[in-house]
Design a protein around this ligand. Structure first.
Ligand code: COA
Length: 190
């Protein structure tokens, strides 16, 4: 089987990724930025709009309603320990959140990544962009490996982790934990 292309040799600078408008699939143009406290209502509404299955895949359990505390977790955080990036698209006269990724430093060299994309925009490359930006930010802060917990049949998230670098994995109770070795700091796309 042909190995999946890895971003190992070409992870872009996070500043560049954040400063650019990205054309992804289906004529969608997105921008990436860190969340801020005033995003809490928009983040909650984004999470509420997700289908139950997408929300289950993101949080690994059913979440019929999104508690306010969850939205706050994505918008009030200590940036030395945790960073949250949104992908936004300019629609109907304003910026709409179409994807959300967070990366938390859990021990020296290891950060945990989670990502979710609006149901209608999945499969167009938004997840790829968010993953690359958060991985690049994690590297800047000293991460050498990224970890993600996902339901075992989550092929899309597995593909995103495999793009970052060589992976290892463990399985427990229907959840796969994937570890990706990140490119060394300073090794950037030209
Ligand atoms: C996982 C998720 C974030 C991917 O985002 P996305 O924008 O749909 O993904 P992209 O379009 O960037 O595609 C990423 C890769 O996944 C592959 N992919 C996308 N959808 C897929 C699917 N349904 N089945 C298999 N592979 C898929 C793409 O082909 C691509 O792989 P490639 O680089 O080898 O071509 C999105 O599906 C999602 O929000 N899922 C629900 C939440 C979730 O599962 N989060 C993971 C746990 S934290």
């Amino acid at each position: 089987m042909k190995p999946r292309a890895s971003t190992t040799e070409r992870l872009a600078d996070p500043g560049t990724l954040m400063a650019t408008t990205h054309a992804v699939g289906g004529n969608l143009r997105v921008r990436l930025r860190l969340t801020r406290p005033t995003d809490a209502p928009a983040v909650r509404s984004f999470l509420e709009r997700l289908s139950p299955e997408t929300r289950r895949r993101r949080f690994l359990h059913a979440m019929p309603h999104v508690p306010e505390a969850i939205a706050r977790r994505f918008t009030f955080y200590d940036p030395r320990r945790r960073l949250v990036v949104v992908a936004t698209s300019f629609e109907d006269g304003c910026d709409q959140i179409v994807g959300l990724a967070d990366v938390a430093h859990i021990e020296t060299g290891l950060a945990e990544l989670a990502v979710v994309v609006d149901d209608d925009r999945q499969g167009r490359g938004v997840g790829k962009l968010l993953t690359e930006a958060t991985a690049a930010l994690a590297i800047e802060q000293g991460a050498t490996h990224l970890k993600a917990d996902l339901l075992v049949h989550n092929a899309a998230m597995l593909a995103l982790m495999e793009r970052l670098g060589p992976t290892t994995r463990t399985y427990e109770d229907g959840v796969a934990t994937i570890f990706a070795r990140l490119p060394a700091r300073g090794r950037r796309a030209a």
